[in-house]
Design a protein. Structure first.
Ligand SMILES: *[C@@H]1O[C@H](CO)[C@@H](O)[C@H](O)[C@H]1NC(C)=O
Ligand SMILES: *[C@@H]1O[C@H](CO)[C@@H](O)[C@H](O)[C@H]1NC(C)=O
Ligand SMILES: *[C@@H]1O[C@H](CO)[C@@H](O)[C@H](O)[C@H]1NC(C)=O
Ligand SMILES: *[C@@H]1O[C@H](CO)[C@@H](O)[C@H](O)[C@H]1NC(C)=O
Ligand SMILES: *[C@@H]1O[C@H](CO)[C@@H](O)[C@H](O)[C@H]1NC(C)=O
Ligand SMILES: *[C@@H]1O[C@H](CO)[C@@H](O)[C@H](O)[C@H]1NC(C)=O
Ligand SMILES: *[C@@H]1O[C@H](CO)[C@@H](O)[C@H](O)[C@H]1NC(C)=O
Length: 528
């Protein structure tokens, strides 16, 4: 009985010492330990939590569409267009990622996105609302004809009159959005060679979001990194539509700018569909961490970090810069937003020059014509926020407001998890005078606002709690490990100092030593 106590103490001391050493080691490398745990959590591998959330997101996603009703179109162009904002028309989005293919050899994954939208009665307005909008079909045809000869333009002018084309169309919102409406000009376009329509596929109807519902082709084919290979982050766009460059731009802008380490595919907002006269949709593509509507962003973001995101429907990436910092449910965040110069045609940032594809006329708008089959589409922030004041002055009824119209996301900086996202864009159509086309003889040159869309996601309270928890572990883990190690060392000291020096103690120690090899032998046998 006497010999048992020291033996027990010795075992205890050894175990404590080992644990203390481990504790010190973990505490010294805490950052890296935490990183590897997080990396394993967010890696996109079959069956992982991250993958399941990403494949069929459970977080509710909504898309709010605001249409501009042109209320004095009969007095155009004598009177400035007066626009009344209608909406929001709210749609709930159901999203699924399909055709997922894993490429183990290069740590990538390819997929397509399948989405459907469901109208919500909580909308401010109904889908039967009659809305008057610029006739985009005619505007596209006239824009396409801008370099044609006199005779061809005259012929277009006559056909526009023949097919009953007017400056505006008045249709119920449901047709303008998802259902589409028929138009004689679309039937004519079907008979033309592809070269005359900019390669746009023939369609029967025109709608801003026509053929987007339940389609897997609109978003394109995406290839992203899985984050399995060390040093890579998940969700990085590697290829889009089988290309690793942007075919719509030249020089720097064509380079695979979205392949950089800091580039994440994130809230991807759509504009006109990749056709001159087809629809538009607001799109988000998210990589979900812990069920939040977040994407994979770089960790340890600072106020000086710039976050670049690839937006397929702009056919380019845009940069978001730090705007402010705040706190949400006890969690600090940095808010990154589209700065005036990141959404610009090069008046304030020369990096954007190669995105202009033309005369870089106005600041604060993007010419997305090249990736929309040559339609006169231009993207800005809603109500021309941060854009050239001349744009908003050309119409009446717009009131840019930073709070309502900016594009931003708020991120928990240490973990890189988005807490709040407001992705907003406005689609505008360019019109300009053409002396040979009767319909556009006297129009001013302007960008005509058509609609804007917002997709905002707020992280649920339970996820915020989880994040507060994770953050606490990140912050205090090293200290807790160090303290535990210290405590263990004290126990080791106590156990070794107070060993009673009885003569029977020695054999007991020997017993341990002799037992050990036996254990090892057993383990070896078991392994065999
Ligand atoms: C849109 O404007 C037209 C023309 O002024 C008007 O007739 C129509 O009622 C308006 N629509 C709504 C939903 O207010
Ligand atoms: C609803 O729409 C009307 C215009 O149709 C607008 O005057 C009103 O402010 C909107 N309400 C909200 C809550 O947006
Ligand atoms: C892709 O997914 C869609 C929708 O789930 C399915 O109909 C189609 O057959 C799939 N295509 C391939 C090549 O797997
Ligand atoms: C990864 O490998 C697959 C074939 O296994 C290939 O189709 C794909 O293009 C590769 N992706 C990249 C980014 O190299
Ligand atoms: C989209 O398609 C679904 C059926 O898959 C339908 O229930 C829904 O109403 C459609 N959404 C719109 C906006 O038409
Ligand atoms: C919209 O206009 C059409 C014809 O112009 C009319 O028949 C219909 O009742 C109008 N709908 C609403 C909701 O005002
Ligand atoms: C917009 O881009 C298209 C296609 O690249 C180009 O032809 C056009 O001139 C540009 N328009 C303006 C106003 O910059």
């Amino acid at each position: 009985m006497r010999g048992r106590t020291p033996r027990w103490r010795c075992v205890f001391a050894v175990v404590c010492a080992l644990l203390a050493a481990a504790g010190i080691a973990i505490s010294l490398t805490w950052g890296r330990v935490f990183d590897s745990v997080v990396a394993r959590q967010v890696a996109l591998v079959p069956g992982s939590r991250s993958f399941r959330e990403w494949e069929a997101p459970s977080v509710p996603l909504f898309m709010d569409v605001y249409l501009f009703n042109w209320t004095n179109s009969e007095n155009f162009p004598q009177e400035k267009p007066h626009l009344v904002q209608l909406g929001p028309y709210r749609f709930k989005e159901h999203r699924q990622h399909v055709n997922v293919t894993w490429h183990v050899n290069n740590g990538s994954m390819a997929y397509r996105t399948l989405r459907s939208w469901h109208f919500q009665p909580s909308s401010n307005g109904s889908l039967d609302d009659n809305v008057t909008m610029l006739n985009i079909i005619a505007a596209s045809a006239i824009y396409r004809a801008r370099d044609w000869g006199f005779l061809e333009q005259k012929m277009l002018s006559m056909s526009l009159a023949m097919f009953g084309q007017h400056m505006v169309v008045s249709k119920p919102a449901r047709e303008l959005l998802f259902e589409g409406y028929e138009d004689a000009l679309l039937d004519v376009a079907k008979t033309l060679p592809a070269s005359a329509t900019g390669g746009a596929p023939p369609v029967d109807r025109f709608g801003l979001f026509y053929e987007r519902n339940n389609s897997i082709t609109t978003d394109g084919y995406m290839e992203v990194s899985t984050g399995v290979d060390s040093g890579t982050l998940p969700g990085q766009v590697l290829r889009w539509n089988y290309e690793d460059y942007l075919p719509y731009y030249t020089g720097e802008c064509a380079k695979n700018r979205y392949d950089s380490r800091f580039l994440r595919e994130m809230f991807l907002y759509a504009t006109l569909r990749r056709s001159s006269i087809k629809g538009w949709n607001g799109k988000t593509r998210t990589y979900l961490l812990k069920g939040s509507a977040g994407e994979f962003l770089p960790r340890d973001l600072t106020e000086r970090s710039a976050v670049t995101v690839f937006v397929p429907d702009l056919c380019r990436s845009i940069q978001l810069t730090h705007k402010l910092s705040g706190e949400l449910g006890g969690l600090p965040y940095h808010r990154y937003s589209v700065a005036p110069e990141s959404f610009d045609n090069s008046t304030s940032s020369h990096h954007n020059t190669c995105f202009c594809n033309g005369d870089c006329s106005w600041g604060g708008v993007m010419n997305v014509s090249a990736c929309r089959y040559g339609s006169p589409s231009f993207i800005s922030l809603p109500h021309f926020l941060h854009a050239d004041p001349a744009l908003a002055a050309a119409v009446s009824g717009l009131q840019p407001d930073e709070d309502k119209h900016s594009f931003y996301f708020s991120v928990e900086p240490n973990l890189g998890v988005p807490l709040e996202v407001a992705a907003r864009f406005q689609l505008n159509v360019l019109i300009e005078p053409n002396p040979n086309i009767a319909l556009y003889e006297k129009v001013p040159k302007m960008l005509f606002p058509i609609f804007w869309v917002e997709q905002s996601v707020q992280t649920e309270a339970s996820i915020i709690e989880e994040l507060v928890y994770a953050r606490t572990i990140l912050e205090w883990g090293a200290t807790v490990c160090a303290c535990t190690a210290l405590l263990l060392l004290v126990l080791v000291a106590l156990a070794t100092c107070c060993v009673p020096r009885h003569k029977y103690a020695r054999p007991a120690d020997g017993a341990i030593i002799s037992e050990k090899p036996k254990d090892e032998a057993e383990i070896k046998l078991n392994n065999l």
